[in-house]
Design a protein around this ligand. Structure first.
Ligand SMILES: NC(=O)c1ccc[n+]([C@@H]2O[C@H](COP(=O)([O-])OP(=O)(O)OC[C@H]3O[C@@H](n4cnc5c(N)ncnc54)[C@H](O)[C@@H]3O)[C@@H](O)[C@H]2O)c1
Length: 392
């Protein structure tokens, strides 16, 4: 079997995804990297043997030795870059979130549909051990039929990751409620087997607006911008982005199209960094403690009681200790299989669009003081195309 040959556009923080896909002779290899930053290209050369590097991504589009392209540029560039890749007939892996507006997502879905080029969206949490374990528990009927899901995201490293660069501005992300929550909204849609139809949200910028140590508009991040052991408490942060107009805490309630009720909460100034899911069915409840290997998912389903730490079942969370619980090699393997053979995948472009649509609608609600918003539905013709595994 020949290697799937990949191009990569954008080799920043997410570069680990590209290196996870580079296995010459074993199924996939990265042949070229495009990035507008020469330092990023130098890093690519140091990490990937024999890789070609270019500043202008368009030079990758007509290369006959590239089968698929991984798009890892900032969120607000996805529409331009992804549609160029799809128009060129190269299978596209687009990092989450698919876009920063519903219109952008729909344009990307429509371009893939019109050109017949394969589209894959990088919701790597669907390959995380904790998510797959919760899904398996639900599928086995251990908690009955899902009725409500409550997700709390403690984004302990939020100050480092989201308030020192492009993430801090609405123009690049719409909101962190979309940017960061796209992961968990997608997961809760997957666990509930439905999509948010109506949302109401509150949120605010309560901490990072008070940090006065800011970078100048063209000043690079400090060398020690990421230092979990150092940047505490949050108000002691330094080198934040010169302009911050996204919220650092947000709360959303959702009604899904199958009646499931869901809640999602995100905070960027917690001391700890992890996600906690509670899924309640009509015959039990599950909850994760820790979200990677070493953690557990507990299930209570035999009787009513006060809190029982031992639960009725305690399942170890599988996965690797690498970043994202080892999800990145798994998602790249699925993408390469999809490039080669097509077919169904565990990730879904429609679900990716629906997580953005819920995040956008929640942001509108949040900025309107919590006024409930309907989540825009997808064009049924596009929904049908993607439901048929992108085959007409
Ligand atoms: N799935 C996940 O777990 C996960 C984690 C982190 C980031 N992401 C997503 O990955 C994407 C990249 O995030 P990041 O944190 O690596 O950002 P980053 O800012 O660290 O890197 C982006 C890179 O893209 C380059 N770039 C920007 N515009 C370009 C263009 N027109 N042509 C070529 N290169 C260009 C930049 O120079 C930079 O090197 C984002 O969409 C982000 O939301 C996903």
């Amino acid at each position: 079997m020949e290697d799937v040959r990949l191009g990569v556009i954008g080799f920043g923080l997410r570069k680990s995804l590209a290196t996870a896909a580079h296995h010459p002779g074993s199924g996939s290899r990265v042949v070229a990297v495009a990035d507008t930053d020469p330092a990023a290209l130098a890093t690519a050369v140091s990490l990937i043997d024999g890789v070609d590097t270019v500043a202008d991504y368009r030079t990758l589009l007509d290369r006959s030795d590239i089968d698929g392209i991984v798009v890892m540029t900032p969120d607000h560039t996805h529409l331009r870059v992804a549609t160029d890749v799809l128009e060129a007939g190269k299978a596209a892996y687009v990092e989450k979130p698919l876009g920063i507006t519903v219109e952008e997502c729909d344009a990307i879905l429509a371009t893939a549909h019109r050109t017949g080029t394969r589209l894959y969206v990088g919701h790597n949490m669907r390959h995380m051990g904790v998510v797959r374990l919760m899904r398996d528990i639900i599928a086995r009927g251990e908690i009955g039929a899902v009725q409500t899901i409550w997700v709390r995201h403690f984004v302990g490293h939020g100050g480092d990751f989201y308030f020192k660069d492009w993430h801090a501005q609405r123009a690049n992300t719409t909101s962190l409620l979309l940017q960061k929550a796209a992961h968990d909204i997608d997961v809760l849609h997957w666990l509930a087997n439905g999509y948010a139809q109506r949302v109401s949200a509150f949120g605010d910028l309560r901490v990072y607006n008070r940090v006065t140590d800011r970078l100048g508009p063209d000043q690079p991040k400090h060398d020690d911008w990421y230092a979990p052991e150092k940047h505490w408490p949050p108000l002691a942060q330094s080198g934040l982005h010169h302009e911050i107009d996204v919220e650092d805490v947000s709360l959303v309630n959702m009604v899904l199209d199958n009646g499931v009720l869901a809640a999602y909460q995100q905070c960027h100034f917690t001391p700890d960094y992890w996600r906690n899911y509670t899924v309640i069915g009509d015959a039990g409840r599950l909850e994760n403690f820790g979200d990677g290997p070493g953690g557990v998912v507990k299930v209570w389903n035999s009787k009513r009681s006060g809190y029982r730490a031992d639960a009725d079942a305690v399942h170890d969370i599988p996965g690797a200790t690498q970043l994202h619980g080892g999800a990145d090699p798994l998602i790249m393997a699925e993408f390469c299989r999809f490039v080669r053979d097509g077919g169904t995948t565990d990730t879904s472009p429609v679900a990716a669009r629906m997580s953005v649509a819920a995040g956008v609608s929640a942001t509108v609600s949040l900025r309107a003081g919590g006024v409930p918003q309907d989540v825009p539905a997808l064009d049924p013709a596009l929904a049908a195309y993607y439901a048929n595994a992108q085959v007409r």
